[in-house]
Design a binder for this molecule. Structure first.
Ligand code: GDP
Length: 297
């Protein structure tokens, strides 16, 4: 599971802090240095770590903390609070229109990130909330992707709209929205094409969809196991096309956890869900406070 190493290291630091009756400024600084090392080893973005430690230090080295009866405990509490803040404080839901008004969601990401799987996972979540989702196959470059979406859609009991590979994605999206309006679907989820790397063509295609179709939510899917690459990809997508939120997949296989801790701070965009396995039910809402508790033990 993610964060094992980080958790263990932080717990050791905290054990030392708790053991001390009084804390000097040097004690706090030494402890925070260890926290810093642990975060860097967990592949958290360097700037994020720097700012995080600064915020904790500003709050921890103060009269209130140092003169309290349990200063160690108070420092730990501050680390916890700052970590929750780092991940966005609150849980962010995918913003949906009410009633029968159609919400159009554009899913994007690099190939292999888990986009198609996640698209089907999300459809399942929305269906269980009483929505009527329609999945749309906009990846015209890989016939296997269309098939995969159809298979997963069927597993979820969700309809899949496809026009094969002979139309432009933007036109498929438009046709899908018309189809949804005529047939009572109220969430349209576009599964767009992924590439191995970010390239102009990919971005152009997404921009073309976004400028010609009213997209209510652009959601980026990134692979937690790629660490800082996932963060860079998020930053790039946000700059080029503007994203509303991120879904972090494969957290079940990520031993470090750096992406989960960095994405919000680097991009300003929230993590909405985390993928915890290959099964279509393995998608969890992202709770910054629970994630911090998981990390801090
Ligand atoms: P796409 O190319 O981005 O559409 O990626 P896919 O949806 O085809 O997923 C690529 C691989 O990642 C597949 O084998 C998925 O089963 C796997 N996958 C997706 N999400 C997760 C996850 O949260 N955890 C794990 N362990 N595997 C995942």
């Amino acid at each position: 599971m993610a964060f094992d190493n980080l958790s263990e290291k932080l717990q050791n630091v905290f054990k030392n802090l708790r053991g001390k009756g009084r804390l000097s400024e040097a004690d706090v600084k030494a402890a925070l240095k260890e926290v810093k090392m642990a975060l860097l080893e967990a592949d958290v973005n360097f700037k994020v770590v720097k700012n995080f430690i600064k915020s904790v230090e500003e709050r921890a080295i103060g009269q209130d903390v140092m003169s309290s009866l349990t200063p160690g405990q108070m420092v730990i509490k501050i680390v916890n609070e700052e970590m929750v803040k780092l991940m966005g404080d609150q849980t962010t839901e995918i913003a949906l229109k009410s009633g029968n008004e159609i919400t159009v969601i554009m899913m994007c990401g690099l190939q292999g990130a888990g986009k198609t799987t996640t698209t089907a996972k999300i459809a399942g979540k929305l269906k269980s909330k009483g929505k009527k989702p329609l999945l749309v196959a906009c990846d015209i470059y890989r016939p296997a992707a269309i098939k995969q979406l159809q298979v997963n859609g069927e597993k979820q009991g969700v309809n899949v709209f496809s026009m094969g590979d002979g139309h432009k994605p933007v036109n498929i999206a438009k046709a899908a929205i018309e189809h949804a309006a005529k047939n009572g679907f109220n969430v349209v989820i576009l599964d767009t094409a992924g590439r191995l790397h970010i390239d102009e063509e990919m971005m152009e295609e997404l921009i073309e969809i976004k400028t010609n179709v009213e997209i209510h939510q652009a959601i980026l899917v990134v692979d937690a196991m790629t660490g800082q690459d996932a963060v860079n990809v998020s930053e790039m997508f946000n700059e080029k096309i503007g994203i509303d939120g991120v879904i972090l997949t494969k957290l079940d296989g990520d031993t470090r956890g750096g992406a989960a801790l960095s994405i919000r701070a680097v991009t300003g965009r929230p993590i909405l869900y985390v993928g915890m396995g290959e099964k279509l039910s393995d998608l969890e809402q992202f709770y910054p406070d629970r994630m911090a508790s998981r990390i801090l033990g």
